[in-house]
Design a binder for this molecule. Structure first.
Ligand SMILES: Cc1cc2nc3c(=O)[nH]c(=O)nc-3n(C[C@H](O)[C@H](O)[C@H](O)COP(=O)(O)O)c2cc1C
Length: 215
């Protein structure tokens, strides 16, 4: 008799979102909104400083599934940020990837060195050891050798470091455009479909159709 159990694919798709105390809470909110809109089950872990910056930068005094998901609260599962015993802290919790957005230098360094003092760090460490996609949307500038080395190590471990550094080549006219640019790139990395207008090829096609110069 076989002792191995068949792998049962989980449905629906699940993504873990870690929020830490770097500037850029709006990116986290937008990513969660877009994931929820794509019918993804979103598991959220937020560090203490992440909650502080979410409150200061978005005016959200507490994690609010309704606001985080733009009216799809049933898609959002909140986990206590300091509970390293939460479901998504275990390798047996099946999911399709994790993004830490925004990712502070502190959390970047801890993930790179396998330190897990809170749920964001633990869930990220587990994502790496289970060889699932891990996106680290880091925010700090300028950066020093500590961040550079941590990025190198995290990359060697299989993470993708995606600095929150939106391109300007699509002609953004608002903060929302800049946030959408990065949120769309993060969804691309997680293989989640979206229809944000962030693609250079589409811009080129639009310009050709209107007769505008492409360069
Ligand atoms: C208002 C404010 C803004 C901050 N912005 C950043 C930032 O952009 N990047 C960063 O790496 N740390 C930033 N920090 C510092 C982190 O919050 C701090 O290192 C904290 O320990 C990170 O903890 P966490 O990664 O567990 O959330 C900021 C702190 C405050 C209070």
């Amino acid at each position: 008799m076989s002792t191995t159990s068949p792998t049962v694919p989980h449905a629906p798709r699940r993504i873990v979102v870690g929020i830490t105390g770097a500037s850029g809470a709006a990116y986290a909110v937008r990513v969660i909104q877009l994931l929820a809109a794509a019918d993804i089950e979103v598991h959220v872990a937020c560090s203490d400083l992440g909650r502080r910056l979410l409150a200061e930068e978005t005016g959200m005094p507490r994690l609010d599934p309704d606001r985080l998901s733009d009216g799809r609260p049933e898609q959002v599962i909140l986990h206590p940020g300091n509970d390293v015993g939460a479901a998504c802290a275990s390798g047996s919790f099946q999911h399709d990837g994790m993004v830490v957005v925004p990712c502070s230098s502190s959390t970047l360094a801890k993930i790179a060195h396998g330190i897990s003092d809170n749920l964001v760090q633990r869930a990220a460490q587990v994502t790496l050891k289970e060889r699932r996609p891990l996106i680290l949307a880091h925010r700090e500038s300028p950066i020093g050798l500590a961040e550079i080395e941590a990025m190198r190590l995290a990359t060697l471990s299989g993470a993708i470091v995606a600095p929150l550094s939106p391109g300007l080549y699509l002609g953004p006219t608002s903060i929302e455009d800049l946030v959408d640019f990065m949120a769309g790139r993060i969804l691309d990395l997680l293989d989640v479909p979206h229809d944000l207008a962030i693609r250079w090829e589409r811009q080129l096609a639009d310009r050709r159709n209107t007769g505008e110069p492409t360069r």
